[in-house]
Design a binder for this molecule. Structure first.
Ligand code: DGI
Ligand code: FE
Ligand code: FE
Ligand code: FE
Length: 185
């Protein structure tokens, strides 16, 4: 069983300073949300500390994981590589440090896009990544306000904002993002 500090020290050398600082804020935010919504705080803390582990892994390394590991959807190859670091990072951590808790692996894996039938832990990590105090997306204040009372409403608005942002830029939207949104509406 790893501690928060051990997890943060594990990811630190793989991240840029600003990304490490984001990771610490996501971890603090995830702990707060987990306490508020009665989610396993230790799992939320570890999943958040690890969530961006693969953010700066070389694209060819991540592509190889997607091609070679049966558990990763090949669809990822047809979408923006920004979507790869969650699902690939979870499996890298499983291999490298024997992180096997399926709930933690799921939360790391879906932190960028969400997915259908998100667990409470998935929602806490997804939302913490979206609303940590360093974020200033348009609409994030309303998400933070909703997150004081209602996890599903806050996640739904975060997903809506992300979809509207992507469509506004004429970027593709990964289907899991729609599935996550639909599941909360
Ligand atoms: O890794 P972080 O920067 O902390 O945050 P993240 O993992 O949520 O990644 C955010 C980026 O991913 C942001 O540039 C928007 C993009 N993104 C999220 N969902 C989708 C997406 N990009 C595409 N093309 N499609 C999506 O569905
Ligand atoms: Fe991320
Ligand atoms: Fe996110
Ligand atoms: Fe992040």
């Amino acid at each position: 069983k790893m501690t928060r500090e051990e997890a943060l020290e594990y990811v630190r050398p793989s991240l840029k300073a600003h990304r490490y600082e984001h990771t610490v804020r996501v971890t603090d935010t995830a702990v707060q949300l987990a306490e508020r919504f009665k989610v396993d705080v230790k799992k939320a803390e570890l999943a958040a500390a690890f969530h961006d582990y693969a953010k700066y892994k070389p694209l060819d390394v991540m592509r190889r994981w997607i091609v070679n590991d049966r558990r990763l959807s090949k669809d990822l190859l047809h979408y923006h590589h920004e979507l790869w670091h969650g699902p690939v990072g979870a499996l890298m951590l499983e291999q490298e440090i024997g992180l096997t808790d399926p709930e933690i692996l799921s939360a790391i894996s879906c932190h960028t896009t969400g997915k259908t039938h998100m667990s409470l832990l998935d929602k806490v990590v997804f939302l913490a990544d979206y609303m940590e105090p360093g974020r200033n997306f348009p609409g994030v204040e309303e998400v933070r306000h909703l997150a004081e009372k209602n996890l599903d409403e806050a996640c739904a608005l975060a997903l809506k904002n992300t979809i509207v942002f992507l469509v506004g830029k004429e970027r593709t939207v990964y289907p899991d993002t729609f599935y996550a949104y639909n599941g909360l509406i």
